[in-house]
Design a protein around this ligand. Structure first.
Ligand SMILES: [Fe+2]
Ligand SMILES: [Fe+2]
Length: 286
């Protein structure tokens, strides 16, 4: 797509939701280790819908806490700060683009499950390739496909055609997008991230998750994490990214990491063991 075409697209996206405060604060702590955890907690406390969901997770049977937890500080003790950030991220990212109608057949629930599964997969992958920022990996997996939500929200008629094409041709959603819209969700997701002033590393992980070879060298690792997280979640068949196919693993993964097909299969297995947690998590955040 050339610049003129892209400007036309961007013009169509009026009144873009602002980056939620909670999300902004969390990204800040993920990127700047010096910023304080209490700052994030204060922001979360002031966001009623996120607080309610955090308390719901803390009180769910899986944590086996017998007395009812009614305040956020207690919930942090029970769940841990990483878990709190994961819930807050998932809740805020997806509530920014509520489904405005049931016009398109893009299944937002299965998509949210795919995003959560990819977030969990990203953490497993980061661990295997020696990438230590666990919560950044979670965020990378969670929002790699955020562009699809933007397309479903602002380009409903075209996205309806994209979904119809997938049903008839059983193709990858990205290929259907390019044929119908002339651009894909990675491009528009990257654009959203720019509008929201995401850090470069996160932007690269969104923009290049289907073409790692184009990522700037310093962000290859980030693109590898998002690329593989998507593939692992799809292979495990947890949720749906919009179609049921599995893209090929990029050669760059094999060149730049120690991972090979067998190690990736092991990650798929590890993710499958987390299926129940992923589904519980989805029920709470959705
Ligand atoms: Fe994607
Ligand atoms: Fe995906």
């Amino acid at each position: 797509m050339n610049i003129t075409e892209f400007k036309k697209v961007a013009n169509r996206i009026k009144s873009l939701p602002t980056l939620p405060q909670v999300l902004y604060k969390i990204i800040e702590t993920i990127e700047m280790p010096d910023s304080s955890a209490s700052d994030v907690m204060n922001t979360i406390k002031n966001d009623p819908s996120t607080s309610v969901k955090i308390l719901k997770v803390a009180n769910s049977a899986s944590y086996g806490y017998t007395r009812e937890i009614t305040d956020i500080s207690k919930a942090i003790v029970v769940l841990g700060f990483d878990m709190i950030k994961s819930i807050a991220l998932s809740v805020t990212v997806f509530k920014s683009f509520p489904k405005i109608n049931n016009f398109t057949k893009f299944d937002r629930e299965l998509f949210l499950v795919h995003s959560i599964a990819s977030a969990e997969a990203a953490v497993l992958i980061a661990d295997k390739i020696g990438y230590t920022k666990k919560d950044q990996a979670f965020l990378i997996g969670l929002i790699h496909d955020i562009g699809k939500v933007v397309l479903d929200y602002y380009f409903s008629p075209e996205y309806e055609k994209v979904i119809a094409k997938i049903r008839v041709e059983n193709c990858l959603i990205r290929d259907a997008e390019i044929q119908i819209l002339n651009f894909d969700h990675a491009l528009i997701g990257g654009w959203l991230g720019e509008q929201w002033s995401f850090p470069e590393s996160i932007l690269a992980s969104i923009k290049f998750h289907h073409n790692i070879n184009e990522a700037p060298t310093e962000y290859t690792k980030h693109a590898i994490i998002s690329h593989l997280a998507d593939i692992v979640a799809r292979t495990a068949k947890i949720g749906s990214g919009g179609d049921d196919n599995i893209p090929n693993i990029s050669d760059i993964v094999l060149k730049k990491t120690d991972l090979f097909q067998e190690s990736i299969n092991k990650i798929v297995q590890q993710l499958l063991n987390k299926r129940e947690n992923i589904e519980t998590f989805f029920k709470v955040v959705s």
